[in-house]
Design a protein around this ligand. Structure first.
Ligand code: ZN
Length: 538
């Protein structure tokens, strides 16, 4: 008869704990994108997290993560996370771009199907049909379903573009916030829980909400900022009137609702319990709504961070109770710079109100003696030159625009599409990329502007704070590019990693964990070995 001691010795020897041992494949991949969660913001609050973000921070944390490209906006950023590709490859080079081939409204929204544009009066759809048609590559979910049709792909977000870019082309349940609840034109068979959650949200919105009671950390940050316009900034605690759905959305509450729907879908569809690995993608947009309205250095963002931490804690606790083996990754689509009014740093300032596209256009036209507008765009950034102009006139317009903009003290540089197109897609640590390389990573010859104008570091692209936009992102500077990248799995060792990594590395990392082969030539990212997982040889 074996003694207990002998049995223990036997098993320790046989399990060879120091040998490389791949963990079992997770049955559920949970991919979370926190909109506008810069590395600076994450680090500022990291020691104060006690719930979900503390747990995720106890896994593998890449402190120098990058959305490596220059166009640090929501749609490009989300497009990199689960495709493993820079926007130059995903085709999602901005939230909006201009397509001169379109007859009327030349502006293209990244997540719309331009072939199915409803009449502009259709308020319900916002004048467009949500779609992934502009996304040129498959997502992890698309690849999982191609490998095994039993895989389910579910995506829920506070913004349609976040839900679609994370889901890809073949999502089973794709839901986004629209006005008063979650909606979809991409989900033919809605799960029953969606109507239940929407009904609960309607009841919450119908009730007034008192101001949140800030914890001491946040209370100490309350300081009214002196900004133009009739609005509060620096002291807001998210109280709202009964029925104010817009205030519900622009507050921490919408992240809680998004996580409740994600949890409800996980339970109803029994994600992680089927024959194949499933994917649950979650876009948490409130940090971006709060950050745009109030900046990220005050009591408002403090309340948002504390709420997000708590809601993520509840969500992860819910997943634990489902009893499935899941892995979580969390990152962001871009960072942000705070409102310039918060501090006295002279480097941080608002863009000169004269640097509008209309003013640039009229200046160029008056120099060249042209009568009708020749430039198209949304201001500094991608600028399109009228493609119906004669080639010689067009060349003169491009030269004159470059001359005018480079003479502006707030402009860092103006790049020509023809020069960017000659560059190779950059590789290696994104911390060392030049500005033109960053621009190249989010450049598409068909969709990008003829010129790409870059503001100097610290210049906020909002001339005057409005009610919902006071702070901005979108620059190639590191406050907009650096984002945390985390992986967490039950029982995994804590790892702090300092090497520069990119959000395009997330997809191949997850793919290797679930045993999905991805041809390296099809993507820009590389697999990261985390928590004992191994990567395929390159
Ligand atoms: Zn965003």
């Amino acid at each position: 008869m074996k003694s207990f001691r002998f049995a223990a010795l036997c098993c320790i020897a046989l399990s060879a704990p120091l040998a490389a041992q791949s963990p079992a494949k997770p049955k559920l991949v949970v991919a979370i994108a926190v909109d506008q969660l810069s590395s600076d913001l994450f680090e500022a609050y990291r020691l104060h997290f006690t719930r979900g973000l503390k747990r995720l921070s106890s896994g593998t944390v890449f402190r120098n993560g990058y959305q490596a490209h220059a166009a640090s906006e929501t749609c490009p950023g989300h497009s990199t996370i689960l495709t493993g590709s820079h926007p130059a490859r995903t085709g999602i080079i901005a939230n909006n771009w201009f397509d001169p081939a379109l007859a009327n409204d030349k502006k293209v929204y990244c997540a719309e199907d331009v072939r199915r544009r409803p009449p502009p009066a259709d308020g319900k759809s916002g004048g467009y049909t949500v779609s992934a048609t502009h996304l040129k590559v498959p997502t992890l979910g698309d690849r999982m379903k191609a490998a095994n049709p039993a895989s389910r792909v579910v995506s829920v977000a506070g913004k349609d573009r976040a839900a679609v870019m994370l889901a890809g082309h073949r999502g089973d349940q794709v839901w986004w916030w629209s006005g008063k609840g979650f909606t979809s034109n991409l989900t033919p068979r809605p799960a029953a829980v969606v109507a239940q959650v929407n009904s609960g949200i309607a009841k919450l919105i119908a009730r007034p909400r008192p101001d949140l009671i800030p914890p001491p950390l946040c209370a100490a940050m309350a300081r009214r900022l002196d900004i133009p316009g009739d609005r509060d900034l620096g002291i807001v605690r998210f109280g709202r009137a009964a029925g104010d759905a817009a205030a519900y959305r622009n507050s921490p509450e919408v992240d809680g609702a998004t996580l409740v729907l994600a949890a409800g879908l996980a339970r109803e569809l029994r994600l992680g319990s089927g024959a194949a690995t499933d994917l649950l993608a979650i876009g948490l947009s409130a940090t971006d709504f709060v950050g745009h309205a109030y900046g990220n250095g005050g009591i408002e963002m403090c309340l948002q961070m504390m709420s997000l931490d708590r809601d993520l804690g509840d969500f992860l606790g819910f997943l634990d109770r489902l009893g499935v083996d899941y892995v979580v990754t969390l990152t962001a689509d871009h960072g942000v710079a705070d409102v310039p009014e918060r501090d006295d740093d002279p480097v941080t300032q608002r863009i000169d109100a004269s640097l509008t596209l209309e003013n640039i256009d009229s200046n160029v036209r008056s120099k060249l003696g042209l009568s009708r507008p020749v430039l198209l765009g949304e201001g500094i950034g991608d600028i399109y030159v009228d493609r119906t102009l004669a080639p010689a006139v067009r060349a003169r317009v491009i030269d004159a625009t470059v001359r005018f903009l480079t003479a502006q003290p707030q402009v860092h540089s103006v790049l020509r599409a023809a020069d960017i197109a000659k560059l190779a897609i950059p590789t290696g640590a994104p911390s060392g990329w030049t500005v033109p390389q960053r621009v190249r990573a989010s450049f598409d010859a068909q969709r990008s502007g003829d010129l790409i104008a870059i503001l100097k570091s610290g210049i906020t692209q909002i001339a005057a704070p409005g009610p919902t936009y006071a702070a901005a992102h979108g620059s190639p500077w590191d406050y907009d590019r650096r984002v945390p990248i985390m992986f967490w799995r039950k029982g995994a060792e804590a790892q702090e990693r300092s090497e520069a990594t990119a959000t395009v590395d997330i997809m191949p990392t997850l793919a290797s964990m679930i045993g999905l082969a991805i041809p390296a030539r099809q993507i820009d990212g590389r697999c990261l070995a985390v928590n004992g997982s191994t990567c395929p040889r390159r």
